[in-house]
Design a protein around this ligand. Structure first.
Ligand SMILES: NC(=O)c1ccc[n+]([C@@H]2O[C@H](COP(=O)([O-])OP(=O)(O)OC[C@H]3O[C@@H](n4cnc5c(N)ncnc54)[C@H](O)[C@@H]3O)[C@@H](O)[C@H]2O)c1
Length: 380
């Protein structure tokens, strides 16, 4: 009688021809299993640039937690308190698979040191962020957002990267007042040098994807906030003012509306995208080219919250979380400020099953809890 071949069947009970067929099957499934575990427990490092930064830290941490190894790169610059960057990389170093290169990517010679490190995929997050800083120190943006960006593109070309994912920004929508911002909208009217460099980065990356066939995805982040956040961002500055009893200045009379996006939602989106290399779009028609399609293996997506909140509400949530309130000074709009932003995340939802799932009512108190802890261990 033929013995049904189940995984619990002892080999001795199976006729010889069946037994050898089963052995082959078992070797094959073992091979697949190992291949699968090598993908999740990868020894091939993902390069994460800007890993000491706010979003880079969270992305690197998530990759390490899912068993990838990470080669982090960061210049550890002094744009904001380097103690915070050191603390972030200190936490990453607790994972076995993490190593760090303290290098400035605007120095193109670093390519030689990185090309033989066995990197394949790249998540490029290093940049000079901040709209106001671009008014005071414009050349920082030339170095970090253009020269360093080109270094990363050249590295991707040198190692024939199977996927380069890079950070762009909602600021590329600039003077666009048609909400929600969609990737099919034209983005030719930046309101700041920061926005212009982020848009330039997209165009440079498209050129490289087209010329060298590097699968490349750009992600436009929208006002990301969360634990281990940046001291120059609104949430941190408001919390500091409330703690010190200082009045809060709200530009545009507090009417700016932002789709604040919780950092873990952003990380979830980055990883989903990273796992699926960009492909050229078969529906792209070069006779009537549209902004968000290409015959190059290049895509752009928005990663933002699909509901926006005005700044007064945001401050109110911080005050509730901190259990105190402060005076608000309502000021006119600043040059370069975008009045409202709201992301069309339809393409991310349809193609990657991604959606932002953390409302500000949950995110803001979670940030404040982390922030109060950080401030008490780092006074001054
Ligand atoms: N945080 C947001 O809300 C937001 C919104 C839109 C876009 N972005 C983009 O997301 C990315 C990450 O932003 P973030 O908020 O984590 O900023 P961040 O300033 O915390 O991180 C950037 C990191 O890059 C490093 N860096 C800068 N220039 C470098 C260089 N030349 N070589 C090597 N390292 C360098 C910095 O030291 C820093 O640690 C950036 O590209 C930014 O433009 C962020």
């Amino acid at each position: 009688m033929a013995v049904p071949a189940t995984s619990s069947t002892p080999f001795a009970l199976i006729p010889l021809h069946l037994s050898s067929a089963l052995s082959i099957l078992r070797v094959e499934s073992l091979r697949r299993l190992l291949a699968g575990s090598f993908r999740t427990l990868s020894l091939v490092p993902v390069l994460v640039t800007g890993c000491a930064g706010f979003i880079g830290y969270h992305v690197a941490d998530a990759l390490l937690r899912r068993g990838e190894s990470v080669l982090g790169v960061d210049s550890m610059n002094y744009y904001y308190d380097p103690a915070l960057k050191e603390a972030r990389v200190g936490r990453l170093a607790d994972h076995g698979g993490f190593s760090l290169e303290r290098i400035d990517l605007s120095d193109r010679t670093v390519i030689d040191g990185l090309r033989d490190r066995g990197i394949d995929r790249i998540v490029h997050l290093a940049a000079q962020a901040g709209v106001r800083h671009s008014i005071e120190r414009p050349f920082d943006y030339l170095d970090a957002n253009l020269a360093a960006h080109l270094t990363v593109l050249e590295l991707a070309r040198a190692i024939e990267s199977p996927h380069l994912v890079f950070a762009s920004s909602s600021s590329v929508y600039g003077g666009n007042e048609s909400l929600p911002f969609a990737t099919e909208h034209a983005v030719d009217h930046p309101l700041s040098l920061y926005a212009a460099t982020k848009r330039s980065g997209e165009l440079m990356a498209h050129g490289y994807a087209r010329l060298y066939g590097i699968p490349t995805t750009g992600l436009r982040f929208f006002s990301v906030y969360g634990t281990w956040g940046r001291p120059d961002m609104a949430l941190w500055r408001f919390a500091e003012a409330i703690r010190e009893g200082r009045p809060i200045e709200l530009y545009n009379h507090g009417r700016h509306r932002r789709d604040f996006t919780w950092v873990e939602d952003v990380v979830d989106g980055v990883l989903r995208v990273l796992d699926r290399p960009a492909e050229s779009d078969p529906e792209f028609d070069p006779r009537s080219p549209v902004p968000d399609r290409s015959d190059a293996p290049f895509r752009i997506y928005n990663l933002g919250n699909d509901t926006n909140v005005d700044l007064l509400r945001y401050v109110e949530l911080i005050e509730v979380a901190m259990g105190r309130s402060t005076e608000k000074i309502l000021l006119p709009k600043q040059p370069g400020d975008v009045e409202a932003s709201a992301a069309d995340v339809g393409p991310m939802r349809r193609e990657f099953g991604w959606k932002p799932s953390t409302p500000v009512e949950v995110g803001v108190p979670a940030f404040i809890e982390w922030w109060e802890d950080w401030m008490s261990s780092h006074p001054g």
